[in-house]
Design a protein around this ligand. Sequence first.
Ligand SMILES: [Zn+2]
Length: 414
Amino acid sequence: MKSNLSRVIQDIEALSAFNSTPGSGVTRLAFTEEDRMAREYIKKQMNELALGVWEDGYGNLFGRKEGTNPNAPVIMLGSHYDSVTNGGLFDGVAGLAAALEVVRVFKESQIENYHPVEIVAMNDEEGVRFGTGISNSRVMAGLMKEEELDRAKDQDGITLREAMEIFGVTPDLESAKRPVGSIKAFLERHIEQGPILENTGQDLGLVETIVGLDKYEVVFKGKSGHAGTTPMDNRNDALIAASEVILAVNRIVKDIGDRTVGTVGQLSLSPNAPNVIPGHAHLSIDVRSTKEENMKEAYARLVKEVEVIKEKADVEIMISNGLYIPPVNMSEALIRLMESVCQRLGYSSLRMNSGAGHDAMAMAKVAPTSLVFVPSKDGLSHHPDEWTDYEDLEKGIELMLHTVLELSSDLAGR
Ligand SMILES: [Zn+2]
């Protein structure tokens, strides 16, 4: 019993054709025509496997291979098939193709699974169109509120709710929730999107923790003035204060260490003219860590430093919190199971953390969850040149296949 790589390659290549930017990577945003075409393709694959196929109140697409006990908690496999703008072939799709292949092997080997096995295809993980993200899994985990459907808008002003209705999905978040206990395990395979596996020569990454994210915005209010006539001791330069904050973020996270990272990725100035003192500045801060205490410490220390910078530069500084997601641990039991499967299959594996958010993050709220990484060439992703060697994909599928075999059998604890 073995997976068939050519079928996986066919799925990945077929899905790459549903793309609004041919020739410059893959662009497939939520609830668009490309989404519809990709979804039809996935549905077709599910129907050919004679799975039970349905969509929930957010548009999550499911294919279910019934278990010999239909009431047993399900083993859920899947990932997302939406992309960023000008993204690559593998982000998300690699995991979905793996899920399809696992169920194909089950079918052709006539394996009887005690636990039902469900494939889930998610269409709004990247959150590009509505500026949200990890939406499908948040809905399943009961973490999305109704109001988000009306608040989130695309750049044409179409709300998420309207886009869903146009697409043909009747929004019903309540019915799409999956109760705790109904999912025995959620397994996602994803490309690493970083260089660690490639650099260490390991076949597969078993994620222990998905890092938490703390995003905030800082606004600086000083006073604009003539660059030539305003004396240096009579200025309220917003950019000077902003520069000090940028350096402080860098210094604080380095000092906390423990692989805490902090980035100022956005900065805007006003009036933003060469001969005018910046009167107004606005920047974004993004802090990530596997430990909540590190994120909290970074914030507390920054607030303290801001007090000093404010005085020194004589500029008003306001910090507002944007988004806070605590770090999430994957299931230790599933990691151990996968380590033993890797050993049996002769694959090397590395316990690691994920610096990027994934659907597994939300699913961990309602189910024991595992996230497996396959290597990304040069650590590249969200880019047209994103690449994972097919032999590496195959190892990820085999790991998935043998893990699901163990989990879905009637021996694996009823
Ligand atoms: Zn992804």
